[in-house]
Design a protein around this ligand. Structure first.
Ligand code: NI
Ligand code: MN
Length: 227
């Protein structure tokens, strides 16, 4: 599986299908056409271009209902549940955060915020969504054994680096990719310090990607998409 960070909380997983998570892309355009979109919660920096993509979209009931009303083929689910879409398995995990749909100057409750465990081609990725640290991340480790964990480190709206270091240990994935930092001044963080601290004290590998950069999970290669 090829995993590309497109900035902020947006990741593209390419394998037998192309899955796009939280399609808010700060600096640019989408490099590939996704088959499936997954949305962790309704904040604008996660819902992003979901309405424009018009792809099959996995989301919590409340968001799925909103998307369906806009003509998007939504796949509703809820926390703790799993669905398989075109051979890709999605399990919706809890996230300690809020969710609000903004629509033409109005706003409404978007259900609870979530994360996803996504398994495609025998590789499992955990996207934590926007969240505080919570100890049940250990259940995610025990049940799903993610190969890669995508965790927020920006602080203010989510956990910051200190909490994320504990999260990384709880989740137990061999590879951790920090996200949701550096997009705007309020969530600037020293990602190299985060990486060095984790790597000094655990066997976890932190891959601090730059937007557009990808890694192949399995064989150890990496690269960057054409600018
Ligand atoms: Ni949020
Ligand atoms: Mn956010």
């Amino acid at each position: 599986m090829r995993l590309t960070w497109l900035g902020h909380a947006c990741f593209c997983l390419e394998g037998s299908r192309i899955v796009l998570i939280d399609p808010f892309i700060p600096g640019g355009s989408l490099p590939v056409e996704p088959d499936i979109v997954a949305v962790t919660h309704a904040h604008a920096d996660h819902l992003g271009m979901t309405l424009h993509l018009k792809k099959k979209t996995v989301a919590i009931n409340e968001i799925a209902k909103y998307l369906a009303s806009k003509g998007i083929p939504a796949e509703p689910m809820n926390i703790g549940g799993s669905i398989t879409v075109d051979g890709v398995k999605f399990t919706m995990t809890p996230a300690l955060h809020s969710s609000w749909v903004e629509d033409e100057g109005m706003g409404f409750y978007g259900g609870t915020a979530a994360g996803f465990v996504i398994t495609m081609d025998d590789t499992t990725v955990y996207h934590a969504g926007d969240t505080a640290l919570f100890s049940d991340m250990q259940i995610i480790r025990d049940l799903y054994r993610p190969d890669v964990a995508l965790i927020p480190i920006g602080g203010r709206y989510t956990m910051g680096p200190e909490e994320a270091m504990v999260a990384a240990r709880y989740i137990g994935a061999q590879i951790v990719i920090p996200m949701h930092y550096g997009t705007f001044p309020a969530i600037e963080q020293d990602v190299q310090k985060f990486k060095q601290t984790i790597e000094r004290t655990t066997s976890i590998q932190v891959r601090a990607l730059s937007p557009g950069e990808w890694i192949d999970i399995g064989p150890e290669t990496s690269g960057k998409r054409g600018a």
